[in-house]
Design a protein around this ligand. Structure first.
Ligand SMILES: NC(=O)c1ccc[n+]([C@@H]2O[C@H](COP(=O)([O-])OP(=O)(O)OC[C@H]3O[C@@H](n4cnc5c(N)ncnc54)[C@H](OP(=O)(O)O)[C@@H]3O)[C@@H](O)[C@H]2O)c1
Length: 353
């Protein structure tokens, strides 16, 4: 396996690739459908999946709600990413048992009162739907996609525990749950002898390090791994939104910011521009691309925190994945990590997540 493999967490035996391929956004065509969703470039995504599999990027991330070419996803488009992923895995003849497939539950999937959330009713419905769309008998990892304040934590954990015992799910994860609630879920699972939560999926990049305060300590306490999403800060850390000569922000044609306008509002600040210019210079001096340096930073932070950290990326071109695969071998010293931490500590945001 070109990229090698590692343990997902200290509290499970599951092995995964050191990077994961996400499907929130997929390669897409310029054309949009009547709902404003980009049509997916299925041929390019097929090439991406083939390359991922051949290079050993076996860890694939999806969610019941994802479409791949629009966010937020209208109900009419929910589930397309799982369906396409399942279809292409079959078409390409990839060995399902070699893959580690993660999906998620929480987001609204139908209009009724039980059409979203983490109740037993919704979870039991959605696992069947996800498995059917993916054309699979089980998923390797099932995440709670967000916190559901209306459902008792015991109910969610007991339903999750049942899914593992029914063989529909092998491992459990949590995503986006605020630290204090996350700690409660973890403790309840431990005290009741339920299947443990082994992976925490949270936003983590050089620009957005909030989880260092409240989620990483929970992961350390229980030995869970971190699946770090948006490791390129939605693409900002690739440097493609910066014109280095003019020292100004730009929006390249077809980039994600062209259809998710909050990206420019959130990231295009004066302070972040300065950070990016310095960051791009450091990447150049190391003879790597900014995207590679950003991914390497996430992967190398596990030396600091002592728990596995796996970045999940989306790609809109095969070349993005090729670049990411090369980043797996980049080693950063503690001094380099410290320097990158320092230059990025002045990050500011013009719009909340
Ligand atoms: N649990 C959650 O709530 C949650 C939330 C967000 C994401 N996720 C998961 O994490 C995955 C990754 O998140 P993300 O998509 O925000 O990650 P990201 O890696 O921060 O951003 C990926 C985007 O950056 C651009 N890009 C990637 N490589 C590039 C390169 N080498 N050069 C130039 N541009 C490049 C592409 O956008 P362009 O289209 O602009 O080219 C790509 O779609 C998702 O697919 C999903 O599976 C989970």
């Amino acid at each position: 396996m070109a990229v090698g493999y590692k343990r997902l967490s200290l509290n499970s035996g599951l092995k995964v690739s050191p990077i994961s391929l996400g499907t929130w956004h997929m390669p897409r065509l310029p054309e949009k459908d009547s709902a404003g969703a980009h049509k997916i470039d299925v041929d390019e995504f097929r090439r991406v999946l083939r390359y991922a599999y051949d290079e050993g990027v076996i860890f694939i991330d999806t969610a019941n709600k994802y479409h791949g070419g629009i966010s937020p996803v209208p109900l009419s488009h929910a589930g397309y990413a799982e369906r396409l992923l399942g279809r292409l895995i079959r078409e390409l003849g990839l060995d399902r048992e070699e893959l580690v497939i993660a999906t998620k539950v929480y987001a609204r999937m139908s209009p009724g009162p039980n059409g979203m959330g983490l109740s037993r009713k919704h979870i039991m419905w959605q696992i069947r739907e996800s498995l059917s769309r993916l054309q699979m008998d089980y998923v390797d990892i099932y995440y709670a996609h967000a916190f559901d304040k209306d459902t008792p934590k015991e109910e969610t954990l007991s339903a999750f525990n049942d899914l593992v015992h029914q063989g529909l799910v092998h491992y459990l994860g949590m995503s986006n749950v605020p630290g204090v609630h996350l700690m409660e879920y973890m403790k309840i699972a431990e005290e009741r002898g339920y299947e443990p939560i082994v992976v925490l999926q949270y936003r983590y990049s050089l620009l957005e390090k909030d989880i260092e305060k409240d989620v990483i300590p929970v992961a350390q306490r229980f030995g869970a791994g971190i699946a770090a999403y948006s490791p390129l800060a939605q693409g900002i850390l690739t440097g493609k939104y910066v014109d280095p000569k003019e020292k100004k922000w730009i929006v390249p044609p077809l980039s994600r910011a062209t259809y998710m306008e909050w990206i420019t509002k959130r990231y295009f600040t004066k302070e972040n521009l300065e950070i990016l210019l310095e960051f791009m210079e450091i990447a150049r001096s190391k003879d790597v691309t900014p995207a590679q340096l950003a991914l390497a930073w996430v992967m190398n932070m596990e030396k600091i925190w002592g728990i596995p950290i796996i970045p999940i990326i989306s790609v809109s071109k095969l070349q993005h994945l090729e670049e990411a695969v090369e980043a797996v071998d980049i080693k950063l010293s503690e001094d380099e990590l410290k320097h990158l931490h320092e230059i990025s500590s002045k990050a500011t945001f013009g719009y909340p997540w």
